[in-house]
Design a binder for this molecule. Structure first.
Ligand SMILES: [Fe+2]
Length: 430
């Protein structure tokens, strides 16, 4: 058992690192050290930060080894320097950052060989500390992918297009009223904010079977949605006015319609693909215009995990098996979301499609701890963000790895953010 776990952890660590290398080797040293947006770190900061967190948790804490580079801890502490300020720090240069992360990884494989995984240590039970570091690197890889999307210049990333629709998907389904289990006690790599499992009573509601598409969103734009304060919340309208929002981020108006720039390539907006790079306020306004609303976080999770015939919550919409390529558009296999109906094997028992993968879905819920929440392994993971100006996003995107995505996984961001791979679906009261 422990040997199998060791092998699967090693494979997860290597998959994360291959992706980090792909994202950082794709550009030259100037692009690595430059800041492509004040919202983002220079890529070389992410690279060394990934290595530094791995050193702190796996080399020093789990392995009990001497520090490699204690002198740089402060530079790569995300709580000490905002993203905006990171380019001004005396950071490791690209060659130093690559050498450092590789040295850390060598030591980690040695620690992994000697580690016993058992319930006597909560940090090691089920390989948790290693899982936390795998997820951390993959989350930074998704952030680096978003930095690539913000970068100007010729395209450097390539991937095959996502699959086409295999089934027509439209309309909504009714999720009956009743109690379901939200969160988890059993996912070995679940983070503190996903715990504990707890019952939630959810009134009956309707939820869209498909994500809102570019075509749907264009109808809102063509109907003057951006210019009609009726559809916007007070804060949303103030933000729309002050920021001059008139289309999703990366859209370009063209004489014949709308184009969008995606990883350096400009193409016409495809009407059947999920809309992406919208902020919470835009999603909220669209939903109001459509006579609906955004789902709460509990509604989203019930739609994704509740199996009415078995009367229990499952790990994913399709069941308990880990995600495969046929289930969901995850892991940066493609550089954009897939049209509705592209993943019928990943649908929920009630016929809700693409809850996992494609785009992060805005929910109407703020970020709070579940009843009985306990910070682990440190308060800065989640607890310091509770109650802040955030909305929860669910389900992962095409840029989220399988290791950092499950039915219980919670992401959060400010309601004005849209550099992330964010979209939405609508719900309404029954
Ligand atoms: Fe981090």
């Amino acid at each position: 058992m422990t040997d199998d776990l060791r092998l699967s952890i090693a494979a997860d660590l290597e998959r994360a690192r291959a992706r980090t290398v792909l994202l950082t080797d794709a550009v030259d040293d100037d692009d690595l050290t430059r800041q492509h947006s004040p919202l983002m770190s220079p890529l070389v900061w992410d690279l060394a930060h990934v290595g530094n967190q791995e050193e702190l948790w796996l080399v020093r804490d789990v392995g009990g080894r001497d520090p490699l580079r204690q002198d740089i801890d402060e530079l790569y502490d995300a709580f000490k320097h905002s993203r905006r300020d990171r380019p001004g720090l005396p950071l490791l240069d690209p060659a130093e950052a690559r050498a450092y992360t590789a040295q850390v990884r060598d030591k980690v494989f040695d620690v992994l060989d000697r580690t016993r995984f058992g319930p006597e240590s909560r940090l090691l039970d089920g390989g948790f500390a290693f899982g936390m570091i795998v997820q951390h690197e993959q989350q930074h890889d998704e952030t680096m992918l978003a930095t690539h999307q913000l970068r100007a210049g010729a395209p450097v990333l390539t991937a095959p297009p996502p699959p086409r629709a295999r089934q027509a998907v439209s309309g909504e389904v009714l999720i009956e009223a009743g109690r379901f289990t939200m969160g988890t006690d059993t996912e070995p790599w679940a983070l503190d904010n996903e715990r504990p499992a707890h019952p939630v009573d959810v009134p009956a509601f309707w939820i869209d079977t498909a994500l809102i598409t570019n075509g749907d969103y264009l109808a809102f734009m063509d109907a003057g949605g951006y210019d009609d304060p009726r559809w916007w919340s007070e804060r949303g309208w103030a933000h729309r006015q002050s920021s001059g929002l008139e289309a999703p981020l990366h859209w370009i108006r063209d004489s014949g319609g709308w184009l969008h720039r995606r990883f350096g390539r400009v193409t016409p907006v495809a009407p059947d693909e999920p809309v992406v790079h919208v902020c919470y306020f835009e999603a909220e306004a669209y939903a109001a215009w459509a006579g609906k609303r955004l789902p709460t976080e509990a509604e989203w999770e019930k739609a994704a995990r509740w199996d009415p015939s078995a009367g229990r919550s499952r790990r994913y919409p399709w069941g308990d098996d880990p995600p495969e390529a046929r289930h969901a558009n995850l892991g940066q296999r493609h550089l954009g979301p897939a049209p509705a109906g592209a993943y019928p094997d990943g649908a929920s028992p009630q016929g809700v499609h693409q809850l996992i993968g494609d785009v992060w879905e805005w929910t109407s819920s703020g970020f709070h701890g579940y009843p009985g929440f306990a910070a682990f392994p440190y308060r800065e993971y989640s607890e310091v963000f509770f109650g802040g100006d955030y909305r929860v996003l669910r389900g992962g995107s095409f840029g989220t790895d399988t290791a950092a995505c499950r039915g219980t996984f919670r992401n959060w961001d400010h309601p004005i953010r849209r550099q992330i791979f964010s979209g939405f679906r609508c719900a309404r009261d029954a």
